[in-house]
Design a binder for this molecule. Structure first.
Ligand code: PHE
Length: 341
């Protein structure tokens, strides 16, 4: 039995040290030390020994077991180390290799123009509001004094969600006037930029989705002179000192009196050229004094408060600001175009 133990020890130690992987080592452990292992088999024969022989043999067997376990532990550590070294070698990262270049985006000219507009109005004490594009017709029309028969309510002009014409894609940012009046304390000075939707075919000056910036002031003793002064300042700051503007009478259901503001064509100085389609002027926005009905519907007393509002086309403003000839360029997002601004 002594020889048997010595043999197992020599064989096992040799086998362990040549194990190439943790799995192989585990297999060897089972082979020698497992329940049906070789060492265990020898130990099971202990019962056959005489009482005198047993202690010495028991001690020897324990020594062999301890030696095998030590060897397994050592080999297992050695294998783990080797695996780590291997990984470190294989997964080396050369941080000095130049990376793949990332192409940077570019701010869109329309948003450059919008940021300029925001800066100008924030500088005059206005707050910038955001509001829903899916809007109630009551906010887009009723509370803005547009009567039942108003042409822009037509299904051929407006995107509705329901057959009752109650929910729609807003066709203007003017519902933000109502939302501001209903929620903000007086006096009010706000602008509200955002997308609006109309059933228009795409061409050089039309798109079914475009952007507007709404503006509104409500205070005591506000007059048309304040409207003109503010919008003239806007034109000068956006397009340069000495920019000439023109106010023409117009009609909107929610303002009275109403007007449109044109900016003199930068190309021809008002003579008429292809850019302004021979007009000499470029239409920029609609505006007017807020109709007393509109104030009243939002719970504001028109005997005490007055106000004005405007709505400007943002694409059109950017086109004027950056001398862009075709509206479609604004939406195509060709980087070769965008990078010019
Ligand atoms: N909402 C109008 C339009 O889309 C513009 C406007 C806004 C006119 C505010 C007057 C006052 O044409």
């Amino acid at each position: 039995m002594k020889e048997q133990l010595a043999q197992i020890r020599t064989q096992a130690l040799a086998a362990f040290s040549s194990a190439g992987s943790p799995a192989a080592l585990e297999e060897l452990r089972v082979k020698y030390l497992g329940k049906k292992g070789e060492l265990t088999a020898v130990l099971k024969q202990m019962g056959r020994l005489s009482a005198q022989e047993r202690p010495a043999m028991g001690q020897l067997a324990n020594e062999v077991r301890a030696a095998l376990e030590d060897a397994i532990r050592a080999t297992s550590e050695k294998l783990a180390q080797a695996a780590l070294q291997q990984r470190l070698k294989e997964e080396t990262l050369d941080v000095t290799i130049p990376g793949t270049p990332v192409r940077q985006g570019h701010r869109h000219p329309m948003y450059i123009a919008l940021d300029e507009i925001k800066d100008i109005f924030v500088g005059m004490g206005f707050t910038v509001l955001d509001g829903p594009e899916v809007e109630l017709a009551s906010y887009n029309f009723d509370k803005l004094n547009a009567d039942e028969g108003h042409p822009s309510r037509d299904w051929s002009d407006t995107f509705y969600f329901d057959s009752d014409s109650r929910v729609m894609l807003r066709s203007q940012t003017s519902p933000m006037q109502v939302r501001a009046m209903e929620t903000l304390p007086l006096p009010i000075r706000i602008i509200a930029p955002g997308r609006v939707y109309r059933k228009d075919e795409v061409d050089a000056t039309h798109s079914p989705m475009f952007h507007q910036v709404e503006g509104m002031v409500i205070d005591k003793n506000v007059t048309m002179a304040d409207l003109k002064g503010t919008l003239n300042l806007l034109a000068e700051q956006l397009f340069g000192k000495g920019t000439v503007t023109r106010f023409r009478p117009h009609h909107f259901p929610f303002t009275e009196p109403s007007c449109e503001m044109d900016v003199q064509c930068h190309k021809c100085g008002g003579q008429g050229c292809p850019t302004c389609k021979g007009e000499g002027w470029i239409e920029l926005l609609g505006a007017g004094m807020i109709h007393p009905n509109v104030l009243r519907m939002s719970g504001i007393d028109p005997e005490v408060w007055s106000g004005w509002a405007f709505g400007m086309g943002l694409e059109r403003t950017a086109m004027r600001r950056f001398k862009i000839a075709d509206l479609r360029l604004i939406f195509e997002n060709d980087v070769r175009f965008l990078e010019q601004f």
